[in-house]
Design a protein around this ligand. Structure first.
Ligand SMILES: NC(=O)c1ccc[n+]([C@@H]2O[C@H](COP(=O)([O-])OP(=O)(O)OC[C@H]3O[C@@H](n4cnc5c(N)ncnc54)[C@H](OP(=O)(O)O)[C@@H]3O)[C@@H](O)[C@H]2O)c1
Length: 294
């Protein structure tokens, strides 16, 4: 099996590459820099030629412009990265029989706190990130052989200029820096390592359509940071409780819980709860990236 991971140098891409190599799968990564193959996916001719020459059986597209602020600032460029390439990948996959996995988002739900949203639940598009990601989903689904995976991922990107939420949280917990804890911002975040492992199991079943793959539990950002601090053996003394509504650089969806019942039925096992997600992150931190976070 030969897999092409687009966005292989990102937070998720790195975990997917690692997990597949660990399982002995031949995997090739694409990004603009630092990957096996350099390619800007805005350039669809080059992207198509690369795919036709590599001939993968599976494509996982995890490339995206994930910054809400950047998407608001440059919606047309966000479209060219988050949406349009999915139409090119869908068309190639349709013609060649490639199994196409489009990594999507949970950024579609607002105003209903910690409820778990199924794949069928109505969605809301309240910012350019959500709009462009949803367009990407719609393009991907023009291929019957495509799977759109909605998720909320956490982990390490190991890029100093763009710390992830977890990298930011660990740094602030360690330094006991002032943190505002949002108790009205809900997600079912899963560690990218756990996500990658579950996705490989999903791939064996070859489902198509839309699938939620995330933690089995919905929790607030406050609960997440408190659990992370506790697991790291730190007491948070410099925190205040705040609202995500006041955080904003862009309109932010905040009720992001996903119902993973469909994925769990396919997998035949439970996806991780908050405690298991935190354990996995702290293990990764202790064993791998501790010295890289100041
Ligand atoms: N991060 C989250 O909180 C979150 C939550 C839910 C869903 N997701 C989804 O999960 C997926 C992965 O997110 P992530 O956090 O891993 O993203 P990330 O860390 O920002 O990584 C993005 C990857 O895409 C590549 N990329 C970006 N623009 C590109 C372009 N024009 N051409 C080629 N490659 C390009 C980047 O490398 P270069 O910049 O070097 O090209 C990088 O490898 C995305 O689909 C995202 O929407 C993320």
């Amino acid at each position: 099996m030969k897999v092409l991971v687009i966005g292989s140098t990102g937070m998720l891409g790195q975990a997917l590459m690692y997990e597949m190599k660990r399982c002995g799968i031949k995997v090739i990564g694409i990004a603009r820099s630092g990957a096996d193959i350099s390619c800007d996916i805005v350039d669809d001719r080059t992207l198509s030629n690369i795919i036709l020459s590599i001939k993968p059986q599976i494509i996982i597209n995890s490339a995206a412009m994930v910054s809400l602020a950047k998407c608001e600032d440059k919606p047309d460029y966000a479209y060219l990265i988050n949406a349009r390439p999915a139409s090119i990948l869908a068309e190639i996959s349709l013609k060649t029989g490639i199994y196409f996995i489009q990594i999507s988002t949970d950024h579609y739900y607002t105003g209903d706190c910690n409820i778990k949203h199924t794949e069928e639940q109505p969605i809301r598009l309240i910012n350019e990130y959500g709009r462009t990601k949803y367009a990407g989903e719609s393009f991907a689904l023009t291929c019957q052989n495509a799977l759109v995976v909605r998720t909320n991922i956490v982990g390490f990107r190991n890029k100093i200029d763009t710390p992830t939420f977890v990298e930011w949280a660990i740094q602030n917990i360690k330094n006991n820096s002032p943190i505002t804890l949002f108790d009205d911002y809900f997600t079912s975040s899963i560690h990218v390592t756990q996500f990658s492992s579950a996705l490989l199991d999903i791939i064996e079943k070859r489902p198509s359509g839309v699938l939620n793959l995330a933690s089995s539990e919905v929790f607030s950002k406050k609960a997440f940071i408190c659990a992370l601090a506790e697991k790291m053996g730190h007491t948070l003394t410099n925190v205040k409780i705040g609202s995500v509504v006041d955080a904003g650089d862009a309109s932010r969806a905040e009720s992001l819980g996903l119902d993973v019942g469909k994925a769990e039925t396919l997998l035949g096992y439970k996806l991780p709860n908050l405690e298991e997600v935190i354990t996995s992150i702290v293990e990764k931190y202790e064993n791998g990236v501790k010295n890289e976070i100041r």
